[in-house]
Ligand binder design. Structure first.
Ligand SMILES: Nc1ncnc2c1ncn2[C@@H]1O[C@H](COP(=O)(O)OP(=O)(O)O[C@H]2O[C@H](CO)[C@@H](O)[C@H](O)[C@H]2O)[C@@H](O)[C@H]1O
Length: 648
């Protein structure tokens, strides 16, 4: 299919008109958009940090200045006419959550699109979703995320935000995913079906007014919404390029959050907006300003008072911390500074005059969200401990009663050894011959000796401290003494990338290091290896061990977080000698204990073929479908609506 080249938003585009025709509290919205959160006049302490003690005085001054904070303009060229009310949309409790309007000129196309209209009607009539299961209460759900596969992916976050929305939509929920439109240069096939909604909003933050546009694709029952702004249109991945992280990431993701808060109010998807009574699912720090904005910018004006927000933590190590002086740019009222305030302990400060003052977006999300979820139960406990809490353990402990974990699912269509388009041979739990062929094909592809009797170990992941890559590096000389083969696929830290290249030339018949991000290769490694190694220092959930088990590849993992929850150490004596378990989870994280676990795995692979087959088959039989996880999410959705909003 011919892919689209998307032009950047510009003032020459169709002129937006008032959004007053939408089914929202228009008067209140206008009030919000007219209230100024103008930047404060800063004074500085000796260290260069903003002096917080002066804030109140500045606030009074700026309150009189009254610059518009966020102006929303929308819909169709020129008309400004209100749509005709055709009907209402009600939730499970009978409350009106949205109105069906006659489509306005700018949105007629979306409403007319037959598959969109038809599937939305089917949902409304209660036609059964995938697996014949529909949620008891259906909700309007807004995912906010920095990445969503297949449009953007650098790791597991993209996988989750590409799959969970579809699973929830299949259960009858109305689901929108808001993420940036990362396009650059040549037309990008991934965005070939994305259409400009013709809606522009103006967001006031970072000392200026920034216009963003919304693009849209309705796919697999989900409204995929892409926020378009020049700052997302650059080479590299969503967060950085060869020179490191982008310096304006705080701005880029603040913009995403502002736009995501407006999306349910201004986007007439399928003819009508999602409305105010919706549930935001915000993922990691990039989306962390959403609950703060709901509490600080919208609720004081009576907007979103029935909405709720759940923070999903995929990785606590990244928190969106920036100098305290940047607070004034975020487009938040000055009196909410404390929500984001973050003071580094004395030992972490760089010099004697450093006051350690910063703003921490994830902290802001933790103190304003209605509930907090992590991507496994084990991790939800770990982040309340000093070892796993990255400084936020105290705060997270204080919110323990609303903190839960749900293990991620996997996309069982993309990751299915019986039909995977990326692997050369197919197989299933009933016929494993294809796996033997996949191993031979992988050895051949990598230029390794084709030897079925040699255990082939794989590693896939970011070359990052989190993934225990230093432990692998320290263990390789010892590991390579054994008759094994090892293939690593990863990118990240240039030091480790160079080490992988050097190791390959040092052990040409045993080691391969594939530097880069390559999804088809990751599938072939998952299918072709006997063992998947994951010595992660911490792992909120981990997806590769789940993919591995589904492909009959036995995981050897560090016993932490989601790895501990999902990989059960092999016990050959259990079950009347038939054995139990799906892999090995070793602890502590040392070279010795990792080599010890690998040694047992090699012995089992070589000498106990039946036990090995049992390990493979038990892993392949595990149910890690998103359908399963979605049902658990729904339980949390019910809980979040039982309670009043945490910040009113
Ligand atoms: N070089 C490469 N080439 C091709 N594919 C590659 C690759 N490197 C990684 N991938 C893929 O990226 C994904 C990585 O997912 P993980 O869950 O293992 O880790 P990540 O740390 O990114 O995610 C964070 O979020 C997820 C989702 O919640 C949590 O499971 C996890 O614990 C947490 O750290 C997998 O799909 C993997 O195959």
């Amino acid at each position: 299919m011919e892919s689209l080249h998307l032009p950047p938003p510009s003032s020459a585009r169709p002129h937006p008109v008032s959004s007053s025709s939408y089914a929202t509290s228009a008067t209140n919205l206008n009030a919000i958009r007219q209230v100024g959160f103008a930047p404060l006049t800063k004074t500085r302490s000796g260290s260069g940090s903003v002096c917080v003690g002066k804030r109140v005085a500045w606030r009074r001054r700026t309150a009189r200045q009254d610059g518009a904070s966020s102006t929303t303009t929308a819909v169709e060229e020129g008309s400004g006419k209100e749509g005709l009310l055709l009907g209402e949309e009600r939730d499970g409790s009978g409350s009106v959550v949205g109105f069906r309007l006659t489509p306005q000129a700018g949105v007629a196309e979306a409403a007319k699109t037959p598959d969109v209209a038809l599937s939305r009607e089917k949902e409304a009539e209660g036609v059964e979703g995938v697996g014949g299961k529909i949620a008891k209460f259906t909700r309007s759900i807004i995912f906010v995320t920095s990445e969503a596969a297949p449009y953007s992916k650098t790791g597991g976050l993209g996988d989750v935000c590409g799959s969970l929305p579809i699973a929830l939509a299949a259960r009858g929920h109305r689901v929108m995913v808001v993420s940036p439109l990362y396009v650059h240069g040549a037309p990008d096939k991934k965005f070939a079906n994305v259409k400009d909604l013709g809606v522009r909003i103006k967001i006031q933050c970072f000392g200026g007014t920034h216009e963003v546009a919304f693009f849209h694709e309705y796919r697999a029952g989900v409204d995929w919404v892409f926020v378009d702004h020049l700052s997302y249109r650059r080479p590299g991945n969503p967060y950085g390029d060869g020179h490191g992280a982008f310096g304006d990431n705080q701005f880029r993701f603040a913009l995403l959050c502002h736009a995501a808060c407006e999306a349910p109010l201004v986007l007439p998807l399928g003819g009508y907006t999602y409305g105010e009574k919706c549930l935001f699912l915000v993922n990691d720090w990039h989306a962390g300003l959403v609950p703060v904005l709901l509490a600080a910018k919208y609720r004081p004006f009576g907007v979103y008072k029935d909405a709720r927000c759940i923070l999903i933590i995929h990785n606590l190590a990244h928190q969106g911390v920036e100098p305290a002086a940047t607070y004034d740019s975020l487009g938040l009222p000055p009196e909410w500074y404390k929500a984001l305030e973050w003071v580094f302990p004395t030992w972490a400060r760089t010099h004697a005059l450093d006051t350690g003052e910063a703003v921490n977006v994830l902290k802001g999300a933790i103190v304003t969200s209605d509930r907090i979820l992590t991507v496994s139960q084990g991790y939800s406990w770990e982040i309340t401990t000093p070892e796993g809490g990255y400084g936020l353990n105290g705060l997270l402990s204080s919110r323990k009663s609303i903190l839960t974990g749900i293990t991620n699912g996997i996309d069982t269509e993309e990751w299915n050894p019986a039909s995977d388009v990326h692997i050369p041979f197919h197989y299933s739990v009933d016929d494993l011959f294809g796996k033997v062929q996949c191993k031979a094909a992988l050895q051949q592809e990598l230029g390794l000796p084709v030897r079925p009797e040699v255990p082939l170990i794989g590693f896939i992941g970011r070359l990052d401290y989190q993934k225990g890559i230093d432990v692998i590096r320290a263990a390789v000389p010892e590991l390579m003494k054994d008759d094994v083969q090892f293939v690593m696929l990863g990118s990240g830290d240039p030091g480790y990338e160079n080490w992988m290249r050097a190791t390959e030339s040092y052990y040409p018949t045993k080691f391969r290091g594939w530097v880069g991000f390559n999804v088809p290769v990751s599938h072939r490694i998952t299918a072709g290896c006997d063992i998947l190694l994951m010595p992660s220092r911490f792992e909120p959930c981990g997806l590769n061990q789940l993919y591995a088990m589904r492909y009959g590849t036995v995981p050897v993992v560090h016993c932490t977080g989601g790895l501990r929850d999902t990989v059960q150490t092999f016990d050959p004596y259990a079950n009347d000698g038939k054995g139990e378990g799906t892999g090995w989870a070793f602890s502590p994280l040392t070279v010795e204990s990792m080599l010890g676990a690998l040694g047992i795995a090699f012995k089992t692979f070589r000498d106990y073929k039946e036990s090995w087959e049992g390990l493979m088959k038990r892993g392949m039989a595990k149910d890690y479908t998103w359908e399963n996880a979605a049902v658990q999410y729904e339980q949390v959705f019910d809980w979040v609506f039982f309670d009043a909003p945490y910040v009113q």
